[in-house]
Structures are given as C-alpha cells and as structure tokens.
Design a protein around this ligand. Structure first.
Ligand code: SAH
Length: 379
C-alpha cells in the first residue's frame, strides 16, 4: 500500500529486511507506529498532520479501545479509520485474583483468538505488569510450562502494549513497572520487542521509565549485543539456571548454541554499554542445580559482572518432574552467595493460590481444545 512511506527507524531495526517486514505486514496497525510514522499515514490519507498527535494521545495516553471514543476526531474520519486501520485490542478471557496478595492473572485473546497470559502485581515500589512476548515459545526449557505447546507466533508491538493498557483499564490503577517475563522469548521477537519498548517508554505515550522495564532472556547472545546498542536504559535479566554448560544443556536447549562464557561476555558488553547492571535469574531445582558447589560457581560468574541474582524456587509444572529446593536449602544457597559479596534476592512468590508457573493458565485452557500447534526449537 504505502510505497514510499518514510520511517524514522534509526536504531529500531536490525536490518532493512526487518524494516520491510514491518512496513509491509503491519502498516495498518496504527498502535504499533511511532508518531512520525503515524503522521505519514495521516498525510497519505489526506488528513492534517495534527490528527496524528491526537490519535497517538488517544491510543497511548487515554488508552481508547475504539475510534468512536475519540471525541475530537470527526465521525467520518473515525469511520474510515476503523474500516481501514482496525485498532489492536485484547479481550479478557479469564482473570484470577489471588486472595492472599491481590495478584491478578489475566488470560487475553488476540484478534486471531491466540491466547497469552499477563500478570498484575502490587509491590511497595509500585504496580508491575508482567507481559508475554510470544504466543507460546520454541526455546524448550525443560522446567517451563510456556514452551509445552511450542511457538504459535510472535506478538506485535501493539499486542504487547495492549496487555498493559487493558490491565490499566480494568484495574484503574497506575502501572509503573513492566517486566517482559511472561510467555515467549523476547529476543526471539527482537524487532517488535524494541519497537514496543520505545513506544512504552515514549514521553508522549504512557511514559514508563526505561529504568523500570526489565527484559528477561534465556540468552540469545547476538541479540543481547543488538539490545545493548539500542541506547535503552532497561534492565536485562539473564536466565542462567545452571553454572556449567553441561548441566545447562540438560535443562535449556539454547545452551547448545551459546556457552555460558559467551553469555557472560555478552552480559559484560551490555553492562559496559548501558551502565545497567544485569540480573541473573536462577531457578532452584532440587538435586539438579542447588548444591554448595553450584552456589560457589554462581558467585564466581556473578562477581566480575557485579550481577544481581534473583533466586526462584522452581515452580513445579505437572508435565515436568522437577521439584523445588526446600526453603532451608534456598536460604542456605542465598547465604553462600551473600558471603561472597553477591547481591541476592529470592523472588517473592505472588499469587500462589491462583496458578503457579508462567504459562499454566494458558496451557490449561489449551488442553483439550487442541486448536493450536507449534514448533519446538531444534538444536
Ligand atoms: N524467555 C524468557 C522469559 C520467560 S520466563 C527467559 O527465558 O528469560 C521468565 C523466567 O521464569 C525465566 O528465568 C524462566 O527461566 C523462569 N521460569 C520459567 N518456568 C519456571 C518455573 N516453572 N519455575 C521457576 N522459574 C521458571
């Protein structure tokens, strides 16, 4: 459609092919566009440029779901836009609220009925939303429920934003923190992720501070370098979960592609380039990765990077046989790290009563329906 649309893409796309993919397949998705791109679309449709600012504000600040809500947009224009540029929204299919701590777990349907999960959590420092970046996942981590059904597709920037926007609409509460730690591997959806991050933290949009955004990855090393070069001040969390390549390969197929040494080097580069300390995520699995020697080697990896370590007692997934390290073991593991001067936190387990591990709510909804297949990453 728009042949020569100018895009302000500096640093936004890895290469021309990625840019072309966006412009050809998603150029009707106004909610995934920068203000500059939106301005071009307005001009191409014969609307004055100031309409772009109005639309952008309605979509990203007022969080309108429909053009008809946009009171300063003429009816005829709203009708034309809703025909030609349908607004991306998500539908709440299920919501569970924890009686213990008020954590809310959402199951959202996209326009094609794909399902993703998001979580709303209240902390002392503010409200946080955990979003999904893909429908399913092809990384195949052995302890993770999100990957059980394989990857169906990646989410668009607007679909990532809408998970946050819809939770904001439903709860009416301000959201100050966002973590990309739901279903999917964000760096396996790199271009959309970066676009999403820029829109989310845009001062003309919801304006969430980049420092309050965390992206968690199983460790796609080349994309970590790319992300470091984006000039974003977001926190990077590396899902480590094992301290030797051998053991990591047993539980995370990605470890066949990149060694821990390569991952550490990429983490170092990220830190040097952005000034943001990286976090290691380490899910404690009983008798698999929770020995005293594991703690010592983990400290050796974290020390040179100044990395913060997030310990997560593994959430048992019924399809997998792993068991949690018992509480005393978790505390002992933490102490060992702290003795070596490492900054450690144990992830507060929120919403215990609603649905344990990531991906379980969606997985349960899919079981029996069989309408969604996917592929596993083969290594
Ligand atoms: N793909 C990204 C983000 C998704 S999951 C990544 O791998 O980082 C967010 C974190 O939860 C990751 O560290 C992941 O390894 C961890 N995780 C997944 N399933 C888990 C489970 N059952 N118990 C504990 N942690 C789990």
């Amino acid at each position: 459609m728009q042949e020569n649309r100018k895009t302000n893409t500096e640093g936004e796309y890895r290469d021309e092919a990625a840019k072309a993919r966006f412009t050809t397949t998603e150029s009707r998705d106004l909610k995934s566009m920068t203000l500059e791109e939106l301005t071009d679309v307005m001009k191409e449709n014969g609307f004055p440029a100031f309409r772009a600012k109005q639309l952008y504000r309605w979509m990203h600040v007022s969080l309108a779901r429909e053009y008809s809500e946009m009171t300063n947009i003429p009816n005829k224009m709203a009708e034309q836009l809703s025909r030609e540029y349908p607004l991306t929204t998500v539908r709440v299919i299920d919501r569970q609220i924890s009686k213990i701590d008020g954590t809310q777990k959402y199951l959202f349907a996209m326009r094609d009925d794909s399902l993703v999960e998001s979580v709303f959590m209240r902390y002392k420092f503010g409200n946080s939303v955990c979003i999904s970046s893909q429908v399913g996942c092809r990384m195949g981590c052995k302890f993770c429920a999100s990957t059980l059904d394989g990857l169906f597709r990646s989410l668009t920037p607007s679909e990532m934003l809408e998970q946050i926007y819809e939770i904001r609409r439903v709860t009416g509460e301000r959201i100050s923190h966002v973590v990309v730690m739901g279903t999917g591997e964000p760096l396996d959806n790199y271009d959309h992720l970066v676009r999403f991050l820029r829109l989310l933290t845009d001062e003309n949009g919801l304006n969430i501070s980049q420092r309050n955004v965390t992206v968690s990855t199983c460790g796609i090393v080349p994309r970590i370098y790319d992300l470091a070069n984006e000039r974003l001040s977001i926190t990077l969390a590396l899902s480590l979960h094992a301290v030797t390549d051998e053991k990591r390969r047993e539980i995370m197929p990605i470890a066949y592609q990149y060694t821990i040494a390569e991952l550490m080097e990429a983490g170092r580069y990220y830190f040097d380039r952005t000034g943001r300390q990286v976090t290691f995520e380490y899910s404690l699995i009983r008798d698999v990765n929770d020995s005293a020697q594991d703690a010592q080697m983990l400290a050796d990896l974290a020390k040179p990077l100044g990395a913060h370590i997030n310990l997560i007692p593994v959430n048992p997934v019924k399809e997998r046989g792993y068991r949690q390290t018992q509480e005393a073991g978790v505390l002992a593991f933490k102490k060992k790290l702290e003795k070596r001067g490492i900054n450690v936190s144990i992830r507060r387990v929120l919403g215990r009563d609603i649905d344990g591990a990531c991906g379980q709510l969606r997985h349960r909804h899919l079981e029996g329906s069989g309408h969604e297949g996917g592929v596993q990453l083969e290594v």
